[in-house]
Design a protein around this ligand. Structure first.
Ligand code: SF4
Length: 87
């Protein structure tokens, strides 16, 4: 299945870890926030893309189907709110 990286700009705190893990698809702007390549994740990078999502300390990075972005972002926002409520 073709998936695309997306970032929740509200949750992202600009750690930059994602760009270190996946420089082929993610660069950082001048403030350290991610700029994502606007294309589906190639099959050869899928494993590293999943790792970047898993390791994001702010739970701000997600993989979604291009047409399912809204539902994925809503789910991500809920997980972020739950994680913050625990701290
Ligand atoms: S690792 Fe997560 S919090 Fe850090 S810049 Fe990337 S998306 Fe944002």
């Amino acid at each position: 299945m073709t998936r695309q990286l997306r970032v929740n700009p509200i949750a992202c705190s600009g750690h930059g870890l994602c760009a270190e893990l996946l420089p082929e698809l993610i660069t950082l702007d001048e403030w350290g926030y991610p700029l994502l390549v606007d294309q589906p994740v190639p099959a050869g990078l899928a494993g590293r893309a999943r790792r970047a999502v898993r390791d994001c300390p702010a739970l701000a990075l997600l993989l979604s189907e291009p047409s399912g972005a809204s539902a994925e972002i809503q789910s991500q926002l809920r997980r972020t709110a739950q994680a913050r409520a625990r701290h």
